[in-house]
Structure formats: structure tokens, C-alpha cells
Design a protein around this ligand. Structure first.
Ligand code: SF4
Length: 474
């Protein structure tokens, strides 16, 4: 995916005018919030598990070099070939070289955000390898030629009706009806033979287990097993932050991940890959490669962005973000959208290229509240804003507005006069209604949402009036 976060405002304008997107987002985010709430309420140890998960990640990151070496030694002992990639370019080179050496014409893929991050799709296409996405949502967006819009539900921006139309138009045999079971059946029919005849499989990893060298994938469709078992070569690409020390630690995250991501107690399939096919095994790949990707992660270690390396990519922060719910994932113009993306994208690219993202936040704190590893996203976004200010990246309008605010806020009498006038003006603009629909110089604010009419008088005027009223009480 080509990063276009420098055109964030343009993307937002388009997203807010997209009625299909509004329907798609409203059908999903509310449902995910309700499901998460229910399973968390039923999980009595949630608070303790969350604390433990955060502590495991902190410990692993503090000893990352040790656990990476342990993982590499154990993975090699299992028969894996371990590769190290400092950059996305290096990771792409490694993957395409393995494909070329295997004489691969087709590669099946299991959804992996790291694959998007390193640009695997374009690399395979350049190497003449046909890419087949096997996750249902990834299959949908591959047909639509869209990038993912969510890290767990990449086709969240598509309505049921749009998906049905895509399958009608692009599947070899169109679905019998537009009912969901028929649509799923149609995708299964389309993909089944491709699973079985692929030359190479490429998966991500939700976790890397240091003391066994295993890589772990979790899916709800079983496509990881179908993808990674038949081809003669299996390639795993994973960020170095996916490490956990051992199996017992992974189980803490497995219990949190599904609850936070989709509101389920556990995912349908959790698979531990432990190397290539061994003698006596009925099936499995003959060659098994693990590509460990850095891509600025080691620079985040020890910085104020280190906590972002604890992220387990559950997507809960975006499901609960009012900004994401209004604009969807594509507007962010980056692989990782929503609150976590607004922190991670500047770290993986640059503060300048992603300068609008940390500002696309109301700092309401819901993302931190629902994060299963307690990442302080609002604090990190605030820090990024401060760094932008220090780096003189703020726009002239922002500088002017903040300068004016500072001038007024330092003069209490002027401040009270200005806020009183603002309230008076806004009440006039409401034309007697409870909502303001038009506002000079802030047309963008009220174009897609109503601004409530303020109460009569500023907060200070109301406070003084209530205090005064209280004094008079007997
Ligand atoms: S930041 Fe937290 S809530 Fe957001 S995706 Fe990562 S782990 Fe999940």
C-alpha cells in the first residue's frame, strides 16, 4: 500500500460524503463494541490478564535481543531457515528470492498486516507470482482492488450488498443468492482449488514463541491451515515485536486477543507451526522459512514510542474510536489506521509524512480503556503533537489559532468577554434551534455533523449565577 497520509484531509472529505461507507461502518463498529463488552464482563480475570499481558510485553521488550536469539536457535533446530530483514525492501527481496528459487507461479496468503507493511503484494506481482488472498475479507478486497481498511476486518468498508455485487461480477460461478451462506459458499468454491495447487504459502504470525521456535496464527476461517499445509514452501513474515518468551505467555494473549478483536472467547483456529514436514508426517511443507522484520522497530525500543511495540493488533482501539467510526480506515492513507495507526505510522515513516494523524483524535481515552495491553495511546498522540510543534510542522493556521488562544487565555477579563461573546454568537447562529447547522469559518465542522447550541451564558457566568443562587438559599 502506498502511504498517502499527507492527503489525510482530502481523504476525510471524500469518506464523509460516502453513504455506503457510513452504512458499512455503522453496521460493524457498534456490534463489535457490544460483543466485546459482553465477553469482557463475563471474563472475571480480565483485569489481571490485562496487567499480566502488559508485564509480559514489557519484560520481552526489555530483553528482546535475548529472546530473538533464543527464538532463532529453536526455530533452526526445528528445521526452519531464519532470515533477518532490516527494511521492507530487504524483506521483499528475501520473499521473492525464495519464491523464484522454488519456481513458484502462485502463492496463497494468509492475512497479515506485516505483509501489507512490507508491500508483499506488489513484490509478488513484480516477480511474476500470482497472489491469492485466502482470508474471506482479503479475498473481497483483492477482487475490489482495495487496500485493507481495518487490521482485523480488512473489508469493513464494504457493505453486504457491495460484496454480493462483486461476487456476481467476478466469481467464475456467481453465488446462487445474496444470502451470506451462499456468498461464503461462492468464495469457498472460487478458492478451494487454488489452495490445493499453490506453490508457496505466505503467512504472518500473531506470536513467535521463543522457547520452542514456534510461530502462531489465529484465524476464524481455518484458511491458515489450508494455506500453509499443501504447498511445498511455507514463508512466515513477522515483526520482531511478536515475540513472547514461552507457551504459557502466549496463552495469556490468546485469551485477550479474540475477546478484544471480535468479542469471542477464543478464535476458531489457533495453529502452532513448528518447522517443515518431518518423516512420517502425512503432509506439510518441505521448506519452512521465517523472515523477521525490523522496519524501525529497534529504533522505537527505548524511545517514548516503545509501548507501541506491545500492540497485538486486535483492532479494539479502532472499533471504539469516534474518528475511525466516521471516516473508516482508508482515510488514514496508511497500512495501520485508527488510534494505533496514528501512533505507529509516524514511527514507521516520518512525523512529517503523517502529520495530520496524531491530530485526528479527540483524546477521549476510549482507545486506551479498551486496549488489552493498556497502551497509553492518548498520551502518545499528545507527545507526537508536541514533537510536531517542536519540529515546526504545525500549519500556519494552527500556529495563528494557538497564538490567539494563548493571548486571550492569559488575560482573564478578555477571556471571559470573548467566551461570552462566542456563546452569544453561537446562540444567534442556531436560529432558535437546538443544533447549529451553519457557522462562518467553520463550515467543515458543521457540514457533516450538528453542533449543539450552547447553554445561555458561558460556564463562568453559569457558575457565578448558581453560586449566587446557592448563597441566597436558606
Ligand atoms: S493499540 Fe491496543 S487496542 Fe489498538 S490494536 Fe494494538 S493492542 Fe489492540
Amino acid at each position: 500500500m502506498i502511504q498517502t497520509s499527507d492527503r489525510f484531509k482530502e481523504h476525510v472529505t471524500r469518506a464523509l460524503a460516502d453513504d455506503d461507507l457510513k452504512i458499512a461502518l455503522s453496521r460493524t463498529t457498534g456490534l463489535l463494541q457490544a460483543r466485546r463488552r459482553q465477553v469482557i464482563d463475563e471474563y472475571a480475570e480480565y483485569g489481571a490478564a490485562r496487567e499480566r499481558a502488559g508485564a509480559i510485553k514489557d519484560h520481552t521488550l526489555a530483553h528482546l535481543d535475548h529472546y530473538l536469539e533464543m527464538f532463532e536457535t529453536n526455530a533452526r533446530a526445528n528445521g526452519a531457515t531464519v532470515h533477518w530483514a532490516k527494511t521492507p525492501e530487504a524483506a521483499r527481496r528475501i520473499v521473492t528470492k525464495i519464491c523464484t528459487q522454488a519456481g513458484a507461479k502462485t502463492a496463497t496468503r494468509v492475512k497479515s498486516m506485516l505483509g501489507e507493511e512490507i508491500g508483499i503484494a506488489q513484490a509478488l506481482s513484480d516477480a511474476g507470482v500470482e497472489r491469492i488472498e485466502t482470508d474471506l475479507a482479503e479475498h473481497i478486497i483483492q477482487l475490489a482492488q482495495d487496500p485493507p481498511s481495518h487490521i482485523v476486518m480488512p473489508a469493513m468498508h464494504k457493505t453486504h450488498e457491495q460484496v454480493a455485487q462483486l461476487f456476481d461480477d467476478l466469481h467464475d460461478i456467481a453465488p446462487d443468492t445474496h444470502d451470506i451462506p451462499d456468498l461464503v459458499g461462492s468464495a469457498r468454491r472460487e478458492l478451494r482449488q487454488k489452495f490445493l495447487s499453490a506453490d508457496v504459502s505466505i503467512s504472518g504470525a500473531n506470536f513467535l514463541i521463543a522457547d520452542t521456535g514456534a510461530t502462531v496464527t489465529v484465524t476464524n476461517e481455518g484458511n491458515s491451515e489450508l494455506t500453509c499445509t499443501p504447498p511445498k514452501v511455507h514463508i512466515v513474515t513477522a515483526g520482531i515485536e511478536k515475540l513472547v518468551p514461552g507457551m504459557a505467555h502466549a496463552s495469556v494473549f490468546l485469551r485477550l486477543l479474540a475477546r478484544a478483536a471480535i468479542g469471542a472467547e477464543i478464535t476458531q483456529y489457533t495453529t502452532f507451526y513448528n518447522g517443515p514436514k518431518r518423516s512420517g508426517d502425512a503432509d506439510g511443507p518441505e521448506a519452512y522459512h521465517i523472515v523477521l522484520v525490523d522496519n524501525h522497530r529497534s529504533e522505537m525500543l527505548g524511545s517514548d514510542l516503545q509501548a507501541m511495540l506491545k500492540c497485538i493488533r486486535c483492532g479494539a482501539c479502532m472499533n471504539h474510536c469516534p474518528v475511525y467510526a466516521a471516516i473508516g480506515g482508508h482515510a488514514y492513507g496508511a497500512v495501520y489506521p485508527g488510534p494505533m495507526g496514528s501512533v505507529l505510522t509516524p514511527a514507521l515513516s516520518s512525523l512529517k509524512a503523517a502529520k495530520d494523524l496524531p491530530n485526528a483524535c479527540t483524546l477521549n481515552g476510549r482507545c486506551k480503556e479498551v486496549c488489552p495491553v493498556n497502551i497509553p495511546l492518548p498520551d502518545m498522540l499528545r507527545n507526537l503533537r508536541a514533537r510536531q510543534w517542536e519540529a515546526k510542522l504545525a500549519s500556519p493556521v494552527t500556529k495563528l489559532a494557538l497564538g490567539a488562544w494563548r493571548f486571550v487565555a492569559r488575560r482573564p477579563k478578555l477571556y471571559h468577554f470573548a467566551t461570552g461573546m462566542a456563546v452569544f454568537g453561537m446562540r444567534l447562529l442556531s436560529l432558535g434551534r437546538t443544533r447549529i447547522r451553519r457557522m462562518p469559518m467553520a463550515g467543515g465542522w458543521v457540514k457533516y455533523r450538528d453542533l449543539p447550541r450552547p447553554e445561555k451564558g458561558s460556564f463562568m457566568q453559569q457558575y457565578k449565577a448558581s453560586k449566587h443562587a446557592g448563597e441566597k438559599r436558606p
